[in-house]
Each structure stands twice: as structure tokens, then as C-alpha cells.
Write a protein that binds this ligand. Structure first.
Ligand SMILES: [Zn+2]
Length: 323
């Protein structure tokens, strides 16, 4: 991966954008949020989790500023968690995609969480692991509440003003169904959210709601993104880097390999959980297990949609097998 040779922050500087790196209590230990100052006031992109640390950081960073806009790339807690809280403090408008506004409003509600054990059971996950995973999911509730009042919805291809520059809004489903990226044509700079990351591959999971073939959508979105040929990428995790298209090719290649491994894993009929254990042969925390299950399922469902495998229900449990 080539990181840009000049100080990466200089690209941001040209655009009048300040990167805010917030710590996260996970293996993925930080998230990048952004502040841009423009004629119409201050725009914030993403906010981190709602916890004491985050609240303190924003209080300091936004001291004396008039925040008029909060733009949300997607509904995951590390990006969306404090949006509602910051909106209450600042009175800012909140814009996100319709799909993720809905997902954010639903994903941590009891009704949704209550439905999960059935799905986990159907995935062959042991009861004890299910209980731990549900507990882990519940631990996010205080980190994403209060929910924001979404005042505006992004439209694909529209132009938004961030600081003193215009950006095209690009819909990039995959990592979440309603994720958006922002592209500035003049400087060929892409705020890539979690669509393209420099060191890690974005997690593409099926979470038992929404689009059941997120990996298929992700591939489409990566190919669409290639047409922009972004020269500088500002990701939500990790450092800015040069050349979106090179990284896109690497990500596509990674998933090709992963799909091949998945196919090999289901030479015999296997549950999602059993497939996951073959694909992830290392000790995983409960939090990581949730992601690993989601990712295994996304690969299995991609293969099923592509006609490469089939799935059979035996006594309420799904088994996938290569065709
Ligand atoms: Zn993220």
C-alpha cells in the first residue's frame, strides 16, 4: 500500500478539513471523524460512540464553533453512536441515507434483538455463544442513544457542501446497506467511509436484516467506485493513501480468495457456525465472533445467489453445501 509521500494531512488542509481520530475500545481501536469550516458554519462527518470520552473530545474540539450540519456515512455505532447526542447539544441538521437512518433506528431495539436467537440457532451457533453475542449487542445500546432526528436524506449523485468545497454523494452499499462516500472532483479526493480501507478489509456481514447479499452489492459498489479513479482516499479507519483503484483491486482479489476458501469449507454440508470456524482459525472475542459469523454468512449467501452452493433446512438449522 503506497501511502502518500507528502504529509497526508496536507490534503485535508487544502480542503479545509480537520481529521478527528477518536479512540475505540475494540481491536479496531480508532475511528476518523471530520470537521470542516465553511461559509454556512461547521460541518461534522461522523461522531464516534456515545460515551464520556467522545463527549469530552467533541466539547473541546467544537468550542466556539457553530455546528450546522452532521453528515453520517453509515449507521454503525463507531460512526453514528454520538450523532443524536451531538445533535441535542448543537441543534445541527442530521443527514444520512434513508436505508441507514432506518437501520440505525431499528438495529438496537428490543424487538430486533429478540428476533436474533432464532437466526443464531438456525446458523448452528451454540446457545451459550448466542447468549454472549446478544449480551454484547445489548452493550451497544447506551453507545448509540439518544437516536438522532434525521432531518434530511442523502440522494445518490447529489452535491453536498463540506467546508468550502463540493462533493458528490456516492452510495456504496456493502459494509452497510445505506453507506455513503463523498467525492471531490476538483482535487480527486474521496472520503471513503468504511467502503475502502487501507490496511484491513472492510467487514461485509449479513446481520439478519436488510439486503441478504451484501457482498454482491459490495462488489458492484467497488466497481462503480473505480470509475471515479480517486487519487487520494481519506478512510474512516487508518491513514489517507493514494490510489483508490489499486486498493479496490486488492479488495476484490481478497474476496475471490475468501470465496474460494468458503467453497472448500462446504464440500460437505456445514452450518454457518461450522463454516465460520474453518474460515477464522484463531481465538475470537465475542464481539469479533459476531462479525465473523456475519462475514461467513455474507460469503455463503453470495455463493448461494451465484448458484455455486445450495442451502437446506434440517430441523430448523441451515446447512450449506457446494453444488
Ligand atoms: Zn467503521
Amino acid at each position: 500500500m503506497t501511502e502518500i509521500t507528502k504529509d497526508p494531512s496536507s490534503v485535508l488542509e487544502e480542503l479545509g478539513v480537520t481529521a478527528v481520530r477518536l479512540d475505540l475500545p475494540f481491536r479496531l481501536n480508532h475511528v476518523n471523524c471530520f470537521i470542516a469550516e465553511g461559509e454556512q458554519g461547521t460541518t461534522v462527518i461522523d461522531t464516534g460512540l456515545n460515551n464520556e470520552y467522545t463527549r469530552g473530545q467533541w466539547k473541546e474540539l467544537l468550542e466556539g464553533r457553530d455546528v450546522s450540519e452532521i453528515l453520517v456515512t453509515h449507521y454503525h455505532p463507531d460512526h453514528f453512536g454520538y450523532v443524536g447526542g451531538l445533535q441535542q447539544v448543537t441543534g445541527a441538521r442530521v443527514t444520512m441515507s434513508e436505508i441507514d437512518a432506518k437501520a440505525g433506528a431499528e438495529a438496537w431495539q428490543e424487538e430486533f434483538i429478540d428476533a436474533l436467537p432464532v437466526h443464531y440457532k438456525a446458523s448452528g451457533i451454540p446457545e451459550e455463544t448466542t447468549a454472549q453475542m446478544i449480551k454484547n449487542l445489548r452493550s451497544f445500546q447506551p453507545l448509540v442513544n439518544p437516536l438522532p432526528e434525521v432531518t434530511r436524506l442523502f440522494k445518490e449523485g447529489e452535491t453536498v457542501r463540506i467546508g468550502n468545497f463540493d462533493y458528490e454523494v456516492i452510495f456504496t452499499p456493502g459494509h452497510s446497506d445505506g453507506m455513503v462516500c463523498f467525492f471531490n472532483h476538483e482535487h480527486s479526493v474521496l472520503f471513503s467511509a468504511d467502503h475502502i480501507l487501507p490496511k484491513i478489509t472492510p467487514n461485509i456481514s449479513y446481520w439478519f436484516h436488510g439486503n441478504d447479499n451484501p457482498l454482491g452489492s459490495y462488489f458492484e459498489a467497488l466497481k462503480k467506485m473505480k470509475r471515479f479513479d480517486a487519487q487520494t482516499v481519506i478512510p474512516s479507519h487508518g491513514k489517507p493513501f493514494a490510489g483508490a483503484n489499486k486498493r479496490i483491486d486488492e479488495l476484490l482479489h481478497h474476496h475471490d480468495e475468501r470465496l474460494e476458501e468458503t467453497l472448500q469449507a462446504i464440500a460437505e454440508p456445514r452450518t454457518v457456525h461450522a463454516t465460520c470456524e474453518i474460515l477464522f482459525q484463531r481465538e475470537l472475542s465475542v464481539h469479533e465472533t459476531r462479525f465473523a459469523i456475519g462475514e461467513s454468512l455474507a460469503h455463503l449467501e453470495f455463493l448461494r445467489h451465484a448458484g455455486a452452493c445450495e442451502r437446506e433446512n434440517k430441523d430448523g438449522i441451515w446447512y450449506y453445501v457446494k453444488k
